[in-house]
Design a protein around this ligand. Structure first.
Ligand code: AMP
Ligand code: MG
Length: 190
């Protein structure tokens, strides 16, 4: 059977990585294997080698043309991975020049996802999570602009569904309810 391609998205700080790790742990115990891939890491590897950034959070401020080049490169590399893959990325990236589509046509046609998952939660929960995460240089923005970003991601996800025929699953990752969100994600991946 051909592998399944699932893309997981959500604004920075929503807890994608945490939900993914928990869901994959559940699936592993049932013998369902997914290779977990971080899109940003593929981009960062190249960006670091070319000396254009020192840390991954600087990439979203690079010139748009450079971001797109890194993006295309990552998409081509990720498209070669076979089997069940779960790709951790962004429906849109907030840049100084506006939202950049995370999955423009040339990325979607490389990857051709079966499902795109949107991980969401309340704007003020995301705000708090960003403030308490010291491992990353998260954008400092208010709840209003986080809300706008989440709304924009739903809109652009609809376009992605139109372009690929993939399904869109919304998973709410609320505070203290990791068990629920990771079970929901695992259901989608089974
Ligand atoms: P993350 O670790 O998921 O927050 O990703 C780190 C950085 O990688 C993001 O801030 C973006 O600059 C970049 N990135 C990740 N996925 C994409 C994508 N699909 N398109 C463009 N940039 C991306
Ligand atoms: Mg992450």
């Amino acid at each position: 059977m051909q592998g399944r391609k699932v893309i997981i998205t959500g604004v920075p700080g929503v807890g994608k990585t945490t939900v993914v790790n928990e869901a994959l742990k559940k699936l592993k115990s049932e013998g369902v294997e997914y290779q977990s891939i971080n899109f940003g890491s593929f981009m960062f590897e190249v960006a670091k080698k070319e000396n254009v950034v020192q840390d991954r959070d600087q990439m979203r401020t690079l010139d748009r043309a450079v971001q797109k080049q890194l993006q295309q490169h990552a998409a081509q590399a990720i498209a070669k991975v076979t089997g069940n893959v779960l790709i951790d990325t962004h429906a849109s990236v907030k840049t100084p020049k506006g939202y950049l589509a995370g999955l423009p046509e040339w990325v979607l046609h490389e990857i051709m996802p079966d499902i795109i998952v949107l991980v969401e939660t309340d704007d003020d929960q995301i705000l708090m999570r960003r403030l308490t995460d010291e491992t990353r240089a998260r954008d400092k923005e208010g709840s209003r602009s986080i809300a706008e970003h989440q709304q924009f991601n739903r809109s652009i996800a609809a376009a992605y569904a139109m372009m690929t025929g993939c399904t869109i699953k919304i998973v709410i990752n609320a505070d203290f309810l990791l068990e629920r969100s990771s079970s929901e994600l695992a259901d989608v991946l089974r």
